[in-house]
Design a protein around this ligand. Sequence first.
Ligand SMILES: Cc1ncc(COP(=O)(O)O)c(C=O)c1O
Length: 382
Amino acid sequence: MKQVYMDHSATTPVDPQVVDAMLPYFTEKFGNSSSFHSFGREAAKALSAARHKIADCIGAKSNEIIFTSGGTESDNLAILGTVGQYAGVSHIITSVIEHPAVLNTCAYLERIGHEVTYIPVDADGIIDIEALVSSIKENTVLISVMHANNEIGSIQPIREIADIANSKGIVFHTDAVQSLGKIPVNVNDLGVDLLSISSHKIHGPKGAGMLYIKDGTSISPIVFGGGHERGLRPGTENISGIVGLATAVDLAMQRYDVDSRHLLDLRNSLIEKTMATIDGVRLNGHSTKRLPNNVNLSFRSVEGESLLMMLDLKGIAVSTGSACSSKSLKASHVLASIGLAADFIHGSLRISLGRGNSMEDIDYLVSSLQEIVSRLREISAL
Ligand SMILES: Cc1ncc(COP(=O)(O)O)c(C=O)c1O
């Protein structure tokens, strides 16, 4: 059966060039980067090269890169590590549509006595800047707002928020897990103090990620051990994963122009063809301020889960919400936050495109949707 993978916001296949770069670090180059002998020095050299490569790609200095196990850990380290710098009750500002890696970290901080303000978004999923400004308090230590949303792809005005945070001396973190490789990610242009990246969303291996920590920004570790990663993330480094991450970031930058144009063509064609041929469809998220690979559609009077399963029978892999919450069948907090009516929330589908998709895939998806949506509506009690 034809197989079409269109769930790249959940994860991506590892690029063969990334696999090739990683392989020697499982076998002949297996050293511990803290060891003094030649095996250790070889691992330390790879670690340093990876750090420089990633720093170059995002406009950072190599000493500003801390390797982690992925986006979730980077978000936790950014938030808990910043709050850990202050005595007493801290106040954190974030948005209602953040990934659970941010929202659940904030919920934990509230449970232990800190304060969190969750800023609303408009119907397109863009943050309310006025509400953000007026929520700043004396004890606000951190603002954390994602660069681009993982469900509806909306892109936030990061530079504007950074300027506000910087003018008030508040640390600013952004989760760039979904934006890296899709839209420009340069820490100087964005003006951020902390930025999270995950490897498996950009054709790198799972279990590797990075937190950018701007020089002069102090954070505390959240795990304790040896002196690895400047003591901020102790534990023997995952050299093969880090080499894979650096290769994936480098490839994403090299392919940026070609990939983003290709994704944009596919995305726009998918939206146009679906809207033109199926009734009762709405596009969730901003029409232009959105990731070039994200399409989030709601089909009236259709259960998203039934749609997902029937597409799966045709070999098409998409998602009904973010990967982490899609198994729970809980209504998406992101779609609820943009004020979507319940029947549209339950009939939603996230299609996230990747560099391997083609126009033929788009046409196969659109014709499958036409057939399945009309079949489901015939039998629908909604
Ligand atoms: C915006 C965002 N942040 C964080 C994460 C978590 O990244 P990881 O899977 O590397 O822990 C994800 C993954 O879905 C994400 O989409």
